[in-house]
Design a protein around this ligand. Sequence first.
Ligand code: GLY
Ligand code: MN
Ligand code: MN
Length: 469
Amino acid sequence: MAKGRKNGLYSGISEELSALMRTGWADTERHDLRPDEQAPYAAARRAALSARFPGERLVIPSGNLKTRSNDDSYPFRAYTGYVHMTGDQARDGALVLEPRADGGHDAYCYQLPRDSRDDNEFWTGAHAELWMGRRRSLAESAVVLGLPCRDVRTAAEDLASSGAPTRIVRGIDPSLEGAVATEEERDAELEEALSDLRLVKDEWEVAELRKAVDSTVRGFTDVIGELSRAIASSERWIEGTFFRRARLEGNAVGYGTICAAGEHATIMHWTDNDGPVRRGDLLLLDAGVETHTLYTADVTRTLPSSGTFTPLQRKVYDAVYEAQEAGIAAVKPGAAYRDFHEASQRHLAARLVEWGFIEGPAERAYELGLQRRFTMAGTGHMLGLDVHDCAQARNEEYVDGVLEAGMVLTVEPGLYFQPDDLTVPEEWRGIGVRIEDDLVVTADGHENLSAGLPRSADEVEEWMARLGG
Ligand code: GLY
Ligand code: MN
Ligand code: MN
């Protein structure tokens, strides 16, 4: 009798039970699968990566489950570079680009195969499909991904036994990392390249981002309809309302929802979301639906919970709105990436000088960055599979680079007056406003993907009056 697990209620597995479990199962191999519609796009992305590293083997793991406690795990999220290069989200996998003599690469994918029924693993193992759900077979994955697939259980041995110069993305899969001899700096260049290659989205990615944003627009609309219930409960009501839409239409939210009423709106990463929503307060909601393919939106609206801005709230809101307009106008191909940030920040610096909160003249205040006391964050970032996408890209390609058609970015100026800031009049303290939209750079300018959500103060009030819950 095989021993049972510690604190398990069954004492063990008898030979008879083991034999009973292994028999009587149908063949469920699927023969009806077709290549994923993303497969040709992923192939083109791999070709671009291959061209950067002739003669070298590249290993891009998908990652493993992370333990939360005991045998409980955090939800799995495959490494972004792996998802981008394969279209796959499986855990315990890896993409390998094996160098060819002609300078190109042959790509293949390691995957965890289906459980055999020849031993007890399929119902007692850590990855048992009977507990975790069915996986694709290697043959099925090969069809779906358009890539030859191999058993990941031999990956460490395979990789250790071949002599090609290798790079691996570090910090994703310790066992694969341990199997290859690589240099940290060269590995970092691989990660950098994977980030660079996501800067310009292909048409399939833009379509996914459009879906993420459209779904997010519906989530914000849900929230407006639930405002009175939020006022009777807490910020959590808003968070839950948005999350329901994200889970129904997509995979989840693409980052922790920021649902910040009153002075919480001045906290950039307020995700506790456990405060009250008082009528008359502003409610800052920063939230994004992540599609089933893991592309995320990142949208913020700041709403007057009563349905109407006070004169002071509107004054701050209008300043942020005008700064966003200036930023959005600067988004076009050929513009320096920084232009939108600088346009927004200049506008906010001028307003802060005019209000007497920082010393002018405005251009001097801007040059010295004095506005940052109240603007806090940069005015935006690339958006895609990660909410702060392409974060490892080279500066010259990203923040010091030039906008190109197909780039997708947020424009999100804000003003935040901390509740304990003695440099502003008391009635300003605790006001926080951010407006955030998701833009795709087009051949002749940009398209605001989140234009479906009202943005100016008047439009917001009209929208809330129409839908108010
Ligand atoms: N939600 C994070 C950000 O706006 O960048
Ligand atoms: Mn955001
Ligand atoms: Mn953002």
